[in-house]
Design a protein around this ligand. Structure first.
Ligand code: FE2
Length: 376
């Protein structure tokens, strides 16, 4: 039988040249790492686990490693002026320096990405101590932000060679935060597509969602956003850029106060957002609040929820639904004096989206805060 000419030969699935297994850690450069560590332990429920600084033979900085379930945060500060950390903090204030990703082979990840156009931040290196060997490398991202690639299969220590076990001498209980759901970057005017191409071409990611300024526009604030995801969906990076609005948008406010591009928010996943947010609020974490009117007719808008409406309303938790399910989310106020980095707490009940239905209410709440700061 003659073979039809229109038969399409489906090609074998493309091999992922950069397999990623999630977020290894996030490193923040801050003005006072000791106090930042205390805040994240007491308010967010992290545990102090490792430390590097003068006591461990490091002369120019101090770093504190905190953990909660699969979340690892590192807070680093400079001990003297003129160092890269000091310059970073002077320019940006407290912020995210590194989003470290788990790979099989840090050298392979660096080779594949730099070959495709990434700029090197850290040459591949194997670091070792009595707990084994750890592979590390890094590439540059928007602004002064970087991605580190970490291979810790051969390492049994608490964090990394160079760090020693650290017991801060006090504990606070876990608040039920588990892992990084996504991490959002703010980039400059007309820079979104450049970074979308970077994630596509250099990292092998796909654009899974796009929001234009029609979707994300309030009376004043406008922005555009594209969500980039790696092959297995473990790592997602939405990229925002400002759009023309009546007044200064939240992304412009960020760019002005961060003195450039950087991480806007890190979304932390909870399995019980009501419990998590209740705990965080009791410990002094401040959240953005949407007007009461948001809750009128909410169930008609998003359908039946497993959660009771009263606690969601009391805490100010937002809900959105997509074809696969729903999600619950809430946003903190900026966690430092500059109106820059903040956190999202998110619980997914099937939904794989990012809360588009909440953008209007949320951005109006953000604009209220911007107005109080005199930045609208
Ligand atoms: Fe988010």
């Amino acid at each position: 039988m003659e073979r039809s000419k229109s038969v399409r030969v489906s090609s074998a699935p493309e091999k992922d040249f950069l397999p990623l297994y999630g977020t290894d850690h996030i490193e923040f450069y801050v003005g006072n790492a000791r106090q930042a560590a205390h805040y994240y332990i007491t308010a967010f429920g992290f545990r102090g686990i490792a430390y590097a600084g003068p006591e461990t033979g490091i002369r120019d900085r101090a770093s504190y490693v905190l953990r909660q379930n699969k979340l690892t945060f590192v807070f680093s500060t400079s001990l003297r002026p003129g160092t890269p950390i000091a310059e970073h903090v002077a320019r940006h204030g407290d912020g995210v320096k590194a989003i470290a990703l788990i790979v099989d082979d840090a050298e392979h990840a660096w080779n594949e990405t730099t070959r495709r156009g990434a700029l090197s931040y850290q040459q591949p290196e194997i670091v070792s101590d009595e707990s084994g060997e750890l592979g590390i490398s890094g590439i540059r991202l928007y602004g002064e932000t970087v991605h580190l690639f970490i291979d810790r299969k051969g390492y049994k220590g608490l964090f990394m060679p160079g760090f020693k076990e650290w017991d801060p001498g006090f504990e606070s209980s876990d608040t039920g935060l588990h892992y990084v759901d996504h991490c959002v970057g703010n980039v400059g005017w007309n820079q979104m597509n450049k970074w979308v191409s970077f994630y596509e071409n250099v990292m092998g990611f796909k654009n899974i969602l796009t929001f234009d300024d029609e979707d994300i526009s309030t009376e004043y604030s406008a922005l555009m956003s594209k969500v980039m995801s790696n092959g297995n969906g473990y790592v997602k990076f939405p990229i925002n850029e400002p759009a023309e609005g009546k007044k200064k948008s939240q992304v412009e406010e960020y760019l002005e106060f961060y003195e450039g591009e950087g991480v806007q928010h890190v979304a932390l996943a909870s399995n019980d957002i009501v419990k998590t947010v209740t705990q965080l609020m009791q410990r002094g974490v401040e959240f953005l609040r949407v007007p009461e009117a948001y809750y009128e007719g909410l169930e008609e808008r998003v359908g039946k929820l497993e959660e009771k409406m009263q606690p969601l309303r009391k805490l100010g938790i937002l809900v959105d639904r997509d074809p696969e399910g729903y999600l619950l989310q809430i946003f903190t106020k900026p966690v430092q004096d500059r109106p820059t980095v903040f956190f999202e707490i998110i619980q997914r009940k099937g939904a794989k989206s990012f809360g588009k239905g909440n953008f209007k209410a949320l951005f109006e709440a953000m604009e209220k805060e911007q107005e109080k700061r005199g930045n609208l």
